[in-house]
Design a binder for this molecule. Structure first.
Ligand code: ADP
Ligand code: MG
Ligand code: ZN
Length: 518
């Protein structure tokens, strides 16, 4: 077989590095007192001389934004420099009123670190190069006005919002691993409260640098930067497309150019946006209006002590001390609502089997949160232990907070099933009603009569009646036709409106049939 016939994946190795920008969760902007709550504010209502870039306005550092970057750095094992610096990144564009962006160049707040996660190929980890702080740009809105002219509008509400940029080493080798990295980073940021990190509204922006090299070659090939992916699915698809496109170009003997390409989700392809600038073009230089920033070691220690249990630690604990499967642990930890419900249900009744509680959370609870998308939906699920990104981007689902599930009530429910006061099927119905209304399990069971009948005397009566009513089936059983037992059990279940304990019914049926035979 000639080399050209082997599939691209065996001839080329993909080299991928990811740059992610996230809006940090703060009350005010990065360098001024304007509110950072821009979600529903009218355009240009949250501005001041600083974030409009008016001459003479001076920046003041937002301490909370610095804290979020330090917390992120500690969570991923970065080195935190004692002294960091602000730099001006110069470029000319209508979204940048000052003509420069205050950022960090060679002395970022956090350097190095790594993030570990699972993929369908097994566990992996990505080295992180740096995490730094900068300010966001204004938002450009391109539209056609009523006269049919194409206009570009500028909304400065976003100008000056705190942004953290996290850059990986070119460590990633597949589109799937790139998606999983981004999902895991989002989960980490949500867990430590640094960002709400929703891709669909631009709070988290993922850019992927993608190049190919012939297998066995150590030098990197020419890279292309891909942007405009607004879902995790798009991240994986865009990189997959780019790998295939570059492989075809290299096969055809073409020379790739370093460029920035956009992802067009509708057409499922990337397109050229611009030939990439080099960092020289930005003429970075130290920001004269801000002194270097010294990190107080005592403050850093306080931040470290305040970190919550991180997702990787939590997954490991769920497996090691609660006996959950890697899959269940990943699904629960992948969703903050699910994690809280699981933890609080076990806290309400620590004697419950954790696996049973996990089944309710990954099954019924997540089914309600994201209909058609909890277990085994193929996107991020599967037997590999890698779970999807949680409810954040669930289209058509509801947020866990719209559901009225009380952990103590779920604990009652699991207990009721364990002690066979409720059948598995009826318990699901009871749970659904509880989740919708918040009504207690006890009241729902009382008002719907869904409790399981495990009272032998009552069931013996029902069994007797059914045997009397179906002599033909009884004869079939005697004649050795096993299915007839199933039919009779079904009849008893029907008579008791599904409330009978089916195991008990079968036992009673067997007893009754044996008795009447003598
Ligand atoms: P820039 O200054 O253009 O942002 P960097 O050197 O800082 O470029 O790298 C940006 C990202 O690109 C990093 O995540 C890095 O790992 C990745 N990267 C660098 N070289 C390559 C390459 N040849 N192929 C794929 N990714 C790369
Ligand atoms: Mg960059
Ligand atoms: Zn302002």
């Amino acid at each position: 077989m000639s080399g050209a016939e082997a599939p691209a994946a065996t001839r080329y190795e993909a080299v991928i590095g990811i740059e992610i920008h996230v809006q940090l969760r703060t009350l005010s902007k990065m360098f001024c007192g304007c509110s950072a709550d821009v979600a529903s504010a009218p355009p240009n209502s949250l501005t001041c001389p600083v974030c409009l870039g008016l001459p003479g306005a001076l920046p003041v550092i937002n301490r909370e934004a610095v804290r979020h970057v330090l917390a992120t750095g500690l969570a991923i094992g970065s080195r935190i420099l004692d002294i960091t610096r602000w730099d001006r990144k110069n470029y000319f564009y209508p979204d940048l009123p000052k003509g420069y962006q205050i950022s960090q160049y060679d002395l970022p707040l956090a350097s190095g670190g790594s993030l570990a996660f699972d993929t369908s190929q097994g566990p992996t980890s990505v080295s992180i190069r740096r995490a730094h702080l900068e300010e966001d740009t204004a938002r450009l809105i391109h539209q056609v006005d009523p006269d049919g002219r194409r206009v570009s509008l500028v909304d400065f509400n976003r100008s000056g919002l705190p942004l953290m940029e996290i850059v990986t080493e070119p460590d990633i080798r597949s589109a799937e691993a790139a998606r999983r990295y981004a999902e895991e980073l989002r989960l980490l940021l949500l867990t430590i409260g640094a960002s709400d990190a929703a891709l669909e509204n631009g709070q988290m922006r993922v850019e992927a640098n993608v190049s190919l090299r012939p297998v066995g070659q150590s030098a990197f090939g020419t890279r292309v930067e891909v942007k405009n992916m607004n879902s995790f699915r798009s991240v994986e698809r865009a990189i997959g497309f780019e790998i295939a496109r570059q492989a075809r170009a290299l096969d055809a003997g073409e020379t790739l150019v370093q460029e920035t390409r956009g992802w067009d989700d509708g057409r499922a392809m990337t397109y050229r946006m611009r030939i990439k600038e080099d960092s020289d073009d930005y003429r970075y230089f130290p920001e004269p209006d801000l002194p270097p920033l010294r990190t107080d070691p005592a403050w850093l220690e306080t931040i470290r002590m305040g970190l919550p249990e991180l997702p990787a630690t939590r997954r490991a604990r769920y497996q090691a001390s609660l006996g959950l499967t890697p899959y269940d642990a990943a699904v629960i930890v992948g969703d903050q609502g699910a994690t809280r419900l699981f933890e609080n249900t076990l806290a309400a009744d620590p004697s419950l089997p954790a696996k049973k509680v996990a089944n309710w959370v990954t099954g019924e609870y997540l089914r309600l949160v994201k209909p058609g998308g909890s277990r085994g939906d193929g996107e991020g699920g599967g037997a590999d232990g890698a779970a999807g990104a949680g409810t954040g981007g669930a289209a058509g689902g509801r947020s866990g907070s719209e559901l009225r599930v009380q952990p103590a009530e779920l604990a009652h429910l699991v207990r009721a099933v364990e002690t066979r006061k409720l059948s598995g099927t009826n318990a699901k119905e009871v749970f659904r009603r509880h989740a919708e209304t918040g009504e207690s399990i006890a009241r729902i069971v009382a008002s719907t009569g869904l409790q399981q009948i495990s009272d032998e005397t009552a069931l013996r009566e029902a069994v007797r009646a059914v045997l009397e009513a179906h002599p033909a089936a009884v004869a079939d059983v005697r004649a050795g036709k096993g299915q007839a037992v199933g039919f009779l059990t079904g009849q008893v279940m029907k008579q008791t409106r599904g409330q009978a304990d089916p195991t008990l019914v079968q036992a009673l049926l067997r007893d009754a049939l044996a008795e009447s035979q003598d």
